[in-house]
Design a protein. Sequence first.
Length: 210
Amino acid sequence: IFPSLACIFFFFFSVSSTVGSVTCPSGKSSCPDSYTCCLLASGDYGCCPYPDAMCCSDHLHCCPSNTICDLKQGVCKSGEIELPLLMKIPAVPNDSEEVNAKTWPLVFTVQCPDKTSFCPDQTTCCQMSNGTYGCCPMPEAVCCSDHIHCCPAGTKCDLSHTMCDSVQGDTAVAIKLPAAVTELVAIQSKGDGDDVSAGMFALKQNCFEA
């Protein structure tokens, strides 16, 4: 059984000219290569971490290609296959070289094994080929052995076909984003006896570089 609608989380990253990117229909923003531009409720574009993804009608979630959004159940369906809905991440304005994380604070609740990298809630730390950690955009994900891709919980990586295998069927793999390795500041808790709100962090500098 997959979880219901995930809490909203946002990735903010800078897109450099050396990294492949997809220009969204407005022409004013871009998504990382192999992502899909999807319209947000604000009228801006977000990025779904799948190629040729299905943009859900709530303007918040998205699903892999060849699946449909079941917003009532909070899953992506294809026949008998059910996968958790994914949250879209905001696209980066084309006229912006970087995003200031002081302006766009993030809440990081997932600490990676290196103890210096953190990923947002509802994501999974996966080690990348350079030894650093990336954030797979789904909870309790399976990290693939190529250190590039990841798959939903309950599936296996089939790298020869770039698919995630499950007992029910296949779904395309998701691409990991580089993790934020930055100086983190703990948010003070207002609870009695609690100096730090467990797992709650705000970034002091840029969060992601894509």
